[in-house]
Design a protein around this ligand. Structure first.
Ligand code: GNR
Ligand code: NI
Length: 167
């Protein structure tokens, strides 16, 4: 097991489009284990491989309070979306920033698990938000890019200032 370093916005590598996984092998299973450990330690409710600088379509999610509901999403695809919801989102790659984003209220999603078996879920609420947030990461998109240019510029200055202090 290993904790993986998480890329911080505006690192340009966060804009890489991840490649599909052709075969779910031991290397992918090791990545899934390390990503789950990194997510739980952070702590966060989701983590996309993009955030740990691995550009493969792999995501882990656990929206339960007691870490009992690990979901493994390999090559996830949204099949249907319905409705709208506004959720205050955060991101391990944009620490300290929480902003409201409008997304679909419900999604139907299919993916492979860590054994390479297909599974599907119909999600709403926070799980639906998290699925959409993580698939965005795999497509090179970070949630702050849904905000107005004004808000994004303010966030960039705030992060730059924080980086100067911690450097
Ligand atoms: O830990 C996380 N919390 C969160 C809260 C609201 C909406 C989305 C998220 S995902 C985030 C972890 C993360 O950055 N995943 O990419
Ligand atoms: Ni994120």
């Amino acid at each position: 097991m290993a904790l993986l370093p998480i890329l911080r916005y505006p690192d340009p590598r966060l804009h890489t489009r991840a490649q599909p996984v052709a075969v779910v092998d031991d290397e992918i299973r090791q990545l899934v284990r390390d990503m789950a450990e990194t997510m739980y330690e952070a702590p966060g409710i989701g983590l996309a491989a993009t955030q740990v600088n691995v550009h493969r379509r792999v995501v882990v999610i656990d929206v339960t309070e007691d870490k009992s509901g690990l979901l493994v999403l390999i090559n996830p695809e949204i099949l249907e979306r319905a409705g709208e919801q506004v959720c205050e989102e955060g991101c391990l790659s944009v620490p300290g920033v929480y902003e409201k984003v409008t997304r679909a209220e419900r999604v139907r999603m299919k993916a492979l698990n860590e054994h390479g078996e297909p599974w599907e879920v119909e999600a709403d609420g926070l799980l639906a938000v998290c699925i959409q947030h993580e698939i965005d990461h795999l497509d090179g998109k970070v949630f702050v890019e849904y905000l107005s240019q004004l808000k994004l510029n303010r966030i960039k200055s705030k992060l730059a200032k924080k980086a100067r202090i911690t450097a």
